[in-house]
Write a protein that binds this ligand. Structure first.
Ligand SMILES: [Zn+2]
Length: 285
């Protein structure tokens, strides 16, 4: 469980890449910036982990040393709502991600559950639930016990992943936790986060359905987002005006409920915006 609100980037920040940092340097560099979380990007992975076990373990050790909370963003090539062959391949991809997460001692594998396609939402939900159950069973067989699966709220209306769907999945399958992508929620409802109360309602709903511990330890993505009729279009920097959601409102709710979320920035300037959000939250305490 995260011990305090933590902030970090999705993937290796551009500035670190520019200085030719290797993966094992990332935790130290984040600590130097005053950040304490990192979401490793496994977003292009196939059926096998695309990191060597030693490298993953080294990242885990460095993260522990520098007090950086690790998560892993799973493959984009996952669709647990599609045809049978697609679902089978997706399950293997998700298991590969969970295996690497276990090596790193990452806490959660964030993933996008899939697409509705032309099917009814109810029917899709049942299949998705079943597939996630099977993945969790396989993880147990493989001895992956410390990693949770984190289905993410999604920003396009064609994607499985409304708040209700994600919370219902987590109510039904053990070893899961909801990943709340606030930008996606905001895009999905075409800009509904306008007041502090709009954030509070979501926090209260998660608490009511999954309990106080789950809401306090929320894993989130927070970034400003541009959207159109069908939902999410692209992410924006926090200093760009004209886009939401507004982190200052969420910061008030974090303080009010004494949450200790892990907040991952997926903005075009990942670490820079993580630092900005950290500073905004500090003002609330
Ligand atoms: Zn995502």
């Amino acid at each position: 469980m995260a011990d305090r609100p933590r902030f970090g980037p999705a993937g290796v920040p551009l500035a670190f890449r520019a200085m030719k940092a290797v993966l094992a340097d990332v935790p130290r560099l984040l600590k130097e910036e005053g950040l304490d979380a990192f979401e490793y990007q496994a977003v292009r992975w196939g059926a096998k982990p695309q990191i060597k076990r030693e490298k993953a373990e080294e990242l885990g050790l460095k993260a522990e040393k520098h007090d950086v909370w690790l998560s892993l963003h799973g493959s984009y090539f996952i669709n647990l709502c599609g045809k049978r062959e697609i679902v089978e391949a997706s399950k293997n991809r998700l298991i590969a991600c969970a295996m690497a997460a276990e090596w790193m001692k990452a806490h959660v594998v964030v993933f996008h559950p899939g697409f509705y396609g032309k099917r009814q939402q109810q029917e899709v939900f049942k299949d998705c639930l079943e597939a996630i159950r099977e993945v969790v069973d396989t993880m147990k067989t493989l001895g992956i016990e410390n990693v949770k699966l984190g289905p993410e709220t999604m920003g396009k209306l064609s994607q499985f992943g409304s708040l209700n769907e994600i919370l219902t999945l987590c109510e039904h399958v053990e070893q899961t936790q909801p990943v709340i992508d606030w930008a996606h929620l905001h895009a999905r409802c075409r800009g509904c986060f306008k007041t502090v109360e709009d954030f509070r309602k979501i926090v209260e709903e998660i608490e009511g359905r999954l309990g106080t511990d789950v809401v306090k330890d929320m894993h989130c993505h927070f970034t400003k987002v541009e959207f159109a009729d069908k939902g999410e279009r692209r992410h924006h920097r926090i200093d760009e005006t004209g886009y939401g959601p507004d982190f200052r409102m969420f910061a008030k709710v974090i303080a009010e409920f004494k949450l200790r979320p892990v907040i991952i920035s997926e903005s075009p300037v990942t670490d820079v915006d993580a630092i900005r959000m950290r500073d905004i939250l500090q003002k609330e305490f």
